[in-house]
Design a protein around this ligand. Structure first.
Ligand code: SF4
Ligand code: SF4
Length: 368
């Protein structure tokens, strides 16, 4: 396991995320499958992982309890616990922290994070006084290192980063968000401030594990022995400001594969990075409808549907999954995909030959 220095300690480059632990599928509420989950934790520990990440809300609060129990048998000084305070779940930060110590069966937290700072929640965190309280806890030794995790605009991330002397920041970072999203700018903003980065979603919630057939073919032609997730992890671990890469491992096979990838610190070569970009482009092209938002289709739509806006949501749905559909309600349009009568007046105008009626139908079904 690659280890990287962090202040006066040394952290494994791969961290064990406890957000997607195996669950008992046939039991109501899908509780954590303690036996299988503990097997994963034990494997992680035995193979040099020393960073274990959870949060107050993971698995409905059961993740912290599970981790507290699973780690109990190990010397407390031999591993590092990371957990988080989410203001939206319970604004009483003092009570939350006390409960977390109890759940985790410990009297201190190594890495403590203000959780999921976003443009909507940043102000709430600032006004609540929680940051000063956590700094007090740090002075008392109950928190060893203080940081925050963010799903925020660049401006919000930078503002929050400048609030205090954070020890680390956790962001979503993977090659797709690097090439097509804001991850590169976020990375650079933190690098400029010399703040170590903990990475979440290095495989983008598993999306980069499956990819598309074209993209997979490009990657396997270059390195037949590397699977898709390995490419994603290798990309992130090549970035020098990255400290720990969290992977929410749900099976023993997954953790075994990931640990193999982290035996070797060699960064991707420029040539390999170019291959990855090529595969990422192919993936995006294959997944997305190539709408250029020219609006040639809009004027003749009898139902006054804002076609390109709905196609944009459809594209995001293809890459990001069902949560992207939440944007449908915010589209300013007289008609919605449900109003499409399949007349085909749009397709005749589309220079990209996009089969709009079929997509409207698919969106309409997804809206149900
Ligand atoms: S097929 Fe649907 S989206 Fe296209 S013009 Fe007709 S009503 Fe509008
Ligand atoms: S005409 Fe085609 S490319 Fe242009 S906005 Fe409509 S669907 Fe998109």
């Amino acid at each position: 396991m690659i280890k990287k220095a962090f202040q006066s300690i040394s952290l494994s480059a791969l961290g064990m995320g406890n957000m997607r632990l195996p669950v008992l599928e046939n039991v109501e509420g899908n509780p954590i499958d303690y036996e299988k989950a503990a097997e994963i934790i034990d494997y992680a520990y035995a193979n040099g992982i020393n960073y274990f990440d959870t949060a107050y809300v993971y698995h409905g609060g059961e993740s912290e309890k599970f981790l507290g129990k699973a780690m109990k048998k190990y010397d407390r000084s031999s591993y590092y616990l990371a957990t988080k305070f989410l203001i939206g779940a319970n604004p009483d930060y003092k009570a939350v922290f006390a409960e977390q110590l109890e759940r985790l069966q410990t009297d201190y937290i190594d890495f403590y994070l203000v959780h999921a700072v976003g443009d909507g929640s940043a102000e709430d965190y600032i006004k609540s006084g929680c940051i000063d309280y956590f700094k007090e806890l740090k002075a008392q030794g109950k928190i060893k290192y203080l940081g925050f995790s963010a799903h925020a605009s660049l401006g919000c991330l930078e503002r929050f980063a400048d609030l205090t002397d954070w020890d680390f920041v956790q962001i979503q970072l993977n090659y797709y968000d690097w090439y097509y999203g804001g991850a590169k700018k976020e990375y650079e903003a933190l690098e400029k401030r010399n703040i170590p980065i903990m990475v979440m979603e290095p495989v983008r919630g598993g999306k980069l594990a499956t990819l598309s057939s074209d993209a997979t073919a490009i990657l396997s032609a270059k390195k037949p022995e590397w699977k898709n997730p390995e490419w994603a992890l290798r990309f992130v671990k090549s970035l020098p400001q990255v400290q720990v890469i969290l992977s929410g491992m749900s099976t023993l096979d997954q953790i075994k594969e990931n640990i193999e990838t982290f035996r070797d610190a060699t960064p991707l070569t420029e040539d390999e990075q170019a291959t990855l970009k090529e595969a990422c482009d192919a993936f995006t092209k294959q997944m997305k409808v190539p709408c250029t938002a020219c609006r040639y289709c809009c004027d003749d739509c009898p139902m006054e549907i804002e076609i390109p806006k709905f196609l944009d949501i459809f594209n995001r749905y293809k890459i990001d999954g069902p949560w992207a559909l939440g944007g449908i309600k915010d589209v300013k349009s007289n008609g919605t995909p449900k109003d499409c009568i399949g007349c085909g007046a749009c397709t005749g105008h589309c220079p990209q030959n996009i089969q709009v009626p079929a997509i409207m139908q698919e969106l309409a079904e997804l809206m149900n």
